[in-house]
Write a protein that binds this ligand. Structure first.
Ligand SMILES: *[C@@H]1O[C@H](CO)[C@@H](O)[C@H](O)[C@H]1NC(C)=O
Ligand SMILES: *[C@@H]1O[C@H](CO)[C@@H](O)[C@H](O)[C@H]1NC(C)=O
Ligand SMILES: *[C@@H]1O[C@H](CO)[C@@H](O)[C@H](O)[C@H]1NC(C)=O
Length: 461
């Protein structure tokens, strides 16, 4: 816990959201604030890479520093969900410091489980000044990842790896901008055999360049995402810089030959890059991407988002639009077990930080900030609410509201000072009128400055 000592304590996001709220009646952009895409609102994130493990869907992202006017990217973050609507923040899982031979450009990575371990393939700028791909390894999917080999896995000044374990256990890593390369990874996942191979990027495989974008032989730009589904191999990629769109190819093997299949997502959304990640989870198919849709968003302050889609019968992928609603919730939240405060569908004003009791906590909570938890199944009704909090000031209140941040008030918890930002205490208050399945808004009120930190909550019947 660091308390409210960051220079951006009155955060850019918080200020921008408040300005948006004030202007919303004029510009009809209130929906931006209420929607659930982008699904991370506490920081700027990009390059989403989904992976399922033990029934949970994890997404690893890169991280744009607040206020960036260039790619200022120093670490990788993880988020997870079981319902596709509420996302838990797991914080930073690896950074430039993980790789002693790297000094910048923590760009688009991907995690894959194997051999009871987790391997994280990440592009970084090596001390040589060239882009390289490193590999992190961890015993836990959330890390912390350590450098598996102490040097680049490959270094040819190209970047943005994707990894797939093909039938028979042969793993492949593809990467590249402006070219497209692959290696056959050995069983150990940290070395390869057969040298570095270049994919023949043709118009038949990757499409014709859209006129007016930079000169390359085909539409292929960067950010490959490779997988197999129902016997067909897919190569999804960012195309046509800049601004980029997302296109794809399919083939009979992981090394092709590739047949160009067209556009998945057109250029939109205030970021001149985009980056695909596709996964099936709980019998639905999801397309992850990024845009600049948060307040203050741009090509250097991006945000990850997700859409549900259905493959066509022949395996082709329909064209998708960016939405603010995001995918339907798969299952409701159980409020009668302990839930992390940093598990949320939407956050307004707050941030997160490492918690002294483990995991993450919600921090930088100011008067008027709120957290939305989507689809909470109260059933016959909750009788009380308990929260784990810490405050180095005089605290504040947690209002429990249904439907919106100004919706029906079903309880209010007083939080008093606990004597420190990481001196945790449990507070409980009565609840009445919380029945059925409702969107829960935890709204914070109090004086000026940071009110308290918030680790977890629970209702009781
Ligand atoms: C997915 O579909 C299968 C077959 O229809 C079904 O048995 C299974 O319960 C479904 N899983 C989920 C999470 O819905
Ligand atoms: C907590 O409050 C005390 C007394 O006001 C102050 O001296 C200390 O710096 C505060 N700690 C933090 C982390 O803000
Ligand atoms: C909460 O604080 C208010 C004053 O802000 C007080 O009136 C109320 O009694 C407190 N509630 C409890 C349960 O302590």
């Amino acid at each position: 816990m660091t308390g409210f000592n960051a220079p951006w304590a009155l955060s850019r996001l918080s200020v921008a959201l408040q300005v948006l709220l004030l202007l919303s009646p004029l510009f009809n952009i209130f929906q931006v604030v209420k929607a659930d895409n982008p699904f991370v609102q506490t920081i700027y994130t990009a390059d989403p890479a989904p992976v399922e493990y033990n029934g949970r869907l994890y997404v690893f992202t890169s991280h744009d520093e607040d206020g960036s006017r260039d790619f200022v990217m120093k670490d990788w973050r993880a988020y997870s969900t079981i319902d596709m609507a509420n996302w838990q923040d797991h914080g930073s899982v690896a950074s430039l410091q993980t790789f002693s031979w790297a000094n910048a450009n923590a760009w688009a990575g991907q995690v894959i489980p194997r051999n009871g371990k987790f391997y994280f393939y990440v592009p970084v700028r090596a001390n040589s000044g060239r882009m390289a791909v490193g590999v992190g390894v961890a015993d836990n999917i959330l890390g912390p990842y350590r450098d598996a080999i102490g040097r680049p896995l490959v270094e040819n000044n190209e970047f943005d790896p994707t990894v797939y374990i093909d039938d028979g256990g042969q793993a492949y890593m593809f990467w590249g901008n402006p070219n497209l390369w692959y290696v056959r990874l050995n069983q150990d996942m940290i070395s390869y055999s057969g040298g570095i191979n270049q994919v023949s990027v043709t118009t038949a495989g990757f499409g014709a360049r859209r006129s007016g974008t930079n000169s390359r032989p085909t539409a292929y730009e960067e950010g490959p995402w490779v997988y197999k589904r129902n016997g067909l191999y897919y190569m999804i990629y960012a195309a046509n810089c800049c601004s980029e769109d997302i296109r794809y190819a399919t083939g009979p093997s992981i090394t092709g030959p590739w047949t160009y299949r067209g556009l998945i997502m057109a250029t939109e959304g205030a970021s001149f890059t985009n980056h695909p990640g596709i996964i099936d989870y709980k019998n639905n198919s999801y397309f992850f991407y990024h845009n600049g849709a948060l307040p203050g968003g741009s090509g250097y302050t991006r945000s990850v988002a997700v859409e549900r889609f259905v493959y066509n019968a022949d395996g082709t992928i329909p064209q998708l639009r960016m939405t603010t609603a995001g995918p339907p919730q798969i299952e409701p939240v159980n409020p009668y077990v302990q839930q992390e405060a940093e598990m949320m569908a939407w956050a307004s004003g707050v941030e997160t930080e490492v918690c002294s009791e483990g995991g993450m906590a919600v921090s930088y909570i100011d008067n008027g900030d709120y957290i939305k938890v989507k689809g909470v199944a109260f059933g016959d009704g909750a009788k009380s609410f308990t929260a784990r909090v810490a405050s180095n000031t005089t605290g504040g209140k947690i209002e429990l509201r249904l439907g919106s941040a100004t919706g029906t008030l079903v309880g209010t918890c007083n939080v008093s000072g606990t004597g420190g930002w990481s001196t945790w205490a449990t507070v409980t208050c009565g609840v009445s009128g919380a029945t059925g399945t409702q969107d829960l808004f935890l709204r914070f009120t109090g004086g000026s400055g940071s009110l308290f930190n918030f680790n977890w909550w629970r209702f009781d019947q």
